[in-house]
Ligand binder design. Structure first.
Ligand SMILES: *[C@@H]1O[C@H](CO)[C@@H](O)[C@H](O)[C@H]1NC(C)=O
Ligand SMILES: *[C@@H]1O[C@H](CO)[C@@H](O)[C@H](O)[C@H]1NC(C)=O
Ligand SMILES: *[C@@H]1O[C@H](CO)[C@@H](O)[C@H](O)[C@H]1NC(C)=O
Ligand SMILES: *[C@@H]1O[C@H](CO)[C@@H](O)[C@H](O)[C@H]1NC(C)=O
Ligand SMILES: *[C@@H]1O[C@H](CO)[C@@H](O)[C@H](O)[C@H]1NC(C)=O
Ligand SMILES: *[C@@H]1O[C@H](CO)[C@@H](O)[C@H](O)[C@H]1NC(C)=O
Ligand SMILES: *[C@@H]1O[C@H](CO)[C@@H](O)[C@H](O)[C@H]1NC(C)=O
Ligand SMILES: *[C@@H]1O[C@H](CO)[C@@H](O)[C@H](O)[C@H]1NC(C)=O
Ligand SMILES: *[C@@H]1O[C@H](CO)[C@@H](O)[C@H](O)[C@H]1NC(C)=O
Length: 426
């Protein structure tokens, strides 16, 4: 009897840190956050259910951002931080975040996420974490790991495209002077990252891998997408995903992408864009360089809907392909193959330089521009793509205004409904 009371007292005491969020320690302007799972586990003997399964670090993470997110720093220690709720940390300023541990997003509450994720307005998509402010850094030192429990999302989505409410892992939202470095993602819920309404964003040394181990594919797990943003630097990434590796979407200006390795992905991509034909979409001044692709769908490509706006001044340089389905692809009517020639979204001043390696079939490039606004200022230099099974790779093109002087010989016309991914030689 005496012993039982003693143990009950111990249990209550060990629950105390959970209840008070005492896992945040603030010294000066630095908040240090320890995961709740690192505090002693509550005992079952007092009749409570096993709380370990439902530990939620979200409240204390948000509290740390509130306490130290302005003119401060936040240190997340080693250990597992369980995140069971959406996070909005967009009002940070002069804040340096260091993450040494693992952030794990729950997936036993998919219905919660589907109804609670924050809209990012683009194409009805939404996110688990809105992250932004002014002068903010987030460093992971190669130790931080973001685990989205993506297999559960892949399995419930069953190969469908773009499920409403399915969360983008991290969205840089209305951020200025944002620096993100040294973070590893495994099994993201949806797109790994998204950069929207932001300026001067640098994201370096990131490692992402979302791979399905079930019969369902890891669709829509893009490495990143940029939209309505400018002055973006993306460098030193390794991405394994079931969709676009790096995708520059509408109203992106001055984007520099370099030193990227992509597996099982869509490679370097401008688009899709122009989906709302009543609203113009612009992409200007983009460089993709020093990129290696393995077993991917495309390498250096541009996809637009038959909309309005423009794509101008894009360089794809030093891109090496290993078994890429269709390395170079340009379309004015992505996904539908309809109304390609009525697109008013002009594509101009695009350079492909030093694009090498192997294609899956006998096609190096398929290019269909709108006949209403033909592509201009295309230039190709040192294109050396060989079908992986031997022979020579063909180039198909239609409606390129400077075709004769562009530096690459077209072997035939490319119809509007030419597919993004081929299923055999043509
Ligand atoms: C996120 O937080 C900011 C700053 O507190 C607020 O202005 C904004 O409305 C919030 N966004 C959402 C979607 O709740
Ligand atoms: C952000 O940093 C810049 C340059 O260091 C500085 O001029 C500006 O005042 C800072 N912004 C805020 C909100 O502190
Ligand atoms: C852009 O952001 C970086 C941090 O990534 C900062 O060092 C730099 O001063 C910013 N540039 C400008 C022009 O504010
Ligand atoms: C990505 O993860 C899968 C599953 O764990 C693994 O088989 C694959 O090798 C990884 N890709 C890379 C490039 O490490
Ligand atoms: C990219 O990675 C290389 C090799 O690890 C390193 O030397 C370089 O500093 C990194 N670049 C950036 C911008 O972090
Ligand atoms: C892109 O920017 C233009 C001009 O600023 C604006 O009219 C348009 O609505 C934007 N498009 C999207 C899709 O946000
Ligand atoms: C084209 O883009 C590059 C790289 O962003 C930039 O340096 C150059 O000034 C741009 N050219 C024009 C004409 O805007
Ligand atoms: C890309 O690779 C070329 C050739 O190796 C090199 O000269 C250039 O500095 C690299 N660019 C970047 C941004 O690392
Ligand atoms: C062409 O790209 C490859 C990487 O794919 C690089 O090693 C090589 O240096 C580049 N050639 C030139 C002339 O820059």
């Amino acid at each position: 009897m005496y012993f039982l009371v003693f143990f009950q007292l111990l249990s209550v005491l060990s629950l105390w840190p959970v209840a008070t969020s005492a896992a945040i320690v603030k010294r000066g302007s630095t908040c240090t956050v320890t995961p709740l799972s690192a505090t002693p586990k509550p005992r079952r003997s007092i009749g409570t259910r096993d709380l370990a399964a439902t530990i939620d670090d979200t409240p204390q993470i948000l509290e740390a951002f509130k306490k130290c997110g302005k003119d401060g720093s936040i240190v997340f220690t080693e250990g597992i931080f369980n995140i069971r709720q959406v996070m909005n940390t967009t009002d940070l300023s002069n804040c340096d975040i260091s993450i040494h541990g693992k952030f794990v997003w729950s997936a036993d509450n998919i219905a919660y996420w589907l109804r609670s994720t924050y809209s990012v307005t683009y194409a009805g998509r939404s996110t688990a974490w809105l992250f932004g402010g002014k002068n903010v850094s987030m460093r992971g030192y190669g130790k931080a790991l973001f685990d989205g429990n993506g297999q559960a999302w892949i399995d419930q989505n069953k190969n469908n495209a773009n499920q409403n409410g399915r969360p983008i892992s991290l969205t840089v939202w209305k951020g200025t002077n944002i620096y993100i470095d040294g973070i590893t993602w495994r099994q993201a819920q949806f797109w790994h990252t998204f950069i929207a309404h932001s300026q001067n964003v640098t994201m370096t040394n990131l490692d992402m891998n979302t791979t399905s181990n079930s019969q369902w594919k890891a669709v829509n797990t893009d490495g990143t997408d940029t939209w309505n943003s400018k002055d973006i630097v993306i460098s030193n990434w390794t991405v394994t995903c079931g969709d676009d590796c790096i995708s520059v979407k509408g109203n992106s200006t001055n984007v520099h992408v370099s030193n990227i390795v992509c597996h099982e992905s869509g490679g370097m991509c401008v688009g899709s864009m122009g989906s709302n034909s009543g609203q113009p979409d612009y992409v200007d001044n983009v460089v993709f360089e020093n990129v290696t692709l393995f077993h991917s769908s495309n390498a250096a490509w541009i996809k637009t809907y038959p909309g309005q706006g423009h794509v101008k001044n894009v360089t794809f340089r030093n891109i090496h392909c290993n078994d890429v389905n269709q390395p170079i692809y340009v379309t004015s009517c992505i996904y539908s193959g309809n109304n390609c020639d009525s697109s008013r979204l002009g594509i101009s001043d695009v350079r492909w330089e030093n694009i090498t390696g192997t294609s899956r079939y006998n096609i190096a490039a398929g290019i269909h521009c709108s006949s209403q606004v033909p592509c201009t200022g295309f230039s190709f230099e040192d294109i050396d793509i060989k079908p992986k099974d031997g022979g020579t790779a063909k180039v198909m093109c239609s409606n390129v205004k400077n075709q004769a002087s562009m530096g690459l010989t077209c072997n035939g016309a490319c119809p509007g409904n030419w597919p993004q991914q081929l299923s055999g030689n043509r």
